[in-house]
Design a protein around this ligand. Structure first.
Ligand SMILES: NC(=O)c1ccc[n+]([C@@H]2O[C@H](COP(=O)([O-])OP(=O)(O)OC[C@H]3O[C@@H](n4cnc5c(N)ncnc54)[C@H](O)[C@@H]3O)[C@@H](O)[C@H]2O)c1
Length: 279
């Protein structure tokens, strides 16, 4: 992390799960951590924990669905810290369902919260990073944007969008000395199910089963992110199953989707998760 001697990071959705875990990992390294979240209470708790871990916290509330609030966040950091080294667009939510049943309101909600929020974050911070001579952007996507598992269209689409945006920015921001990483974890336990929505209870059950199968923690993922930023790595694929999906899909996309369709038709995924087969 020698690239960033001033040690300043801002993390959206830092009140819980991965956002909090990343805040604490940066705190352990003695960073200034701007804890940003829509939930003031959760942000306060992260602030307390950051101090305990040896970091210097700064709480600034921000609703990532509001572009003007991300612009204010950038302006506030310029005023308080003179800039910021790493910007982590992390806040996000989850939803699932059969394509024809996902409500249009759910599509609007999740596209705004998971994809437009990252667009707003990048737009707000790139001018600041450029003016100060560089920095790094971390966009938190998901392996969902690569694996394209069935019954998760709305979530998959938003995360694939975040991956595409990050890939584009990787080259576009190179002349501006701004690094870009995109994080694509598979399931790990957080509070993500709090705001989860699906038209059928089946998808909630499915998501819970995936979470229960995972032995990876937010801390594991957070440490992986820091290692990747250190190396200025674009793709941050944090778990073995995610690496397998990524590798197979890139190597043999036609076969990947044939096999995925066959597994789904046979209900093997349901069997693995201990669920009744999809109707
Ligand atoms: N947990 C997983 O299995 C998993 C897997 C892949 C990707 N992700 C991604 O990781 C990111 C973090 O999720 P998490 O699992 O830590 O969930 P989480 O629910 O524990 O944390 C999300 C945080 O975002 C905040 N938030 C929600 N709406 C907001 C808004 N409008 N503005 C600002 N903050 C808002 C919440 O208050 C919460 O503190 C998300 O982008 C999620 O899609 C999670």
């Amino acid at each position: 992390m020698k690239r960033f001697p001033k040690k300043r990071v801002v993390i959206t959705g830092a009140g819980s799960g991965l956002g909090r875990a990343m805040s604490l990992e940066f705190a352990k390294l003695g960073w200034n951590v701007c804890v940003s979240d829509i939930n003031a209470e959760r942000a306060k708790e992260t602030e307390r924990l950051v101090t305990l871990q040896g970091g210097t916290p700064l709480v600034i509330g921000c609703d990532v669905t509001r572009p003007e609030q991300l612009e204010s966040l950038a302006a506030e950091l310029k005023k308080k810290w003179g800039g910021v080294d790493i910007v982590i667009n992390n806040a996000g939510v989850a939803a699932a369902g059969f394509m024809e049943k996902i409500r249009l309101e759910t599509w609007d909600w999740i596209i705004t919260l998971n994809l437009k929020s990252v667009i707003y974050g990048c737009r707000a911070f790139i001018p600041l990073l450029e003016a100060q001579g560089g920095g790094h952007i971390v966009n938190v996507a998901s392996n969902a944007g690569i694996a394209s598992l069935p019954e998760m269209a709305c979530y998959n689409v938003t995360k694939a969008g975040v991956i595409s945006l990050s890939e584009t920015l990787r080259a576009e921001l190179t002349p501006k000395k701004i690094g870009v990483s995109v994080v694509a974890p598979t399931f790990f336990k957080t509070n993500l199910m709090d705001q989860f929505t699906s038209p059928d209870p089946r998808q909630r059950q499915m998501a819970n089963a995936f979470f229960n199968k995972s032995s990876v923690t937010s801390e594991d993922v957070a440490r992986h992110v820091i290692r990747a930023v250190k190396k200025n790595q674009l793709y941050v694929i944090t778990q073995w199953d995610g690496k397998l999906a990524w590798f197979c899909k890139r190597l043999t996309p036609e076969i990947y989707f044939k096999v995925l369709g066959w597994i789904y038709k046979k209900g093997l995924g349901d069997r693995y998760l201990g669920m009744p087969k999809a109707a």
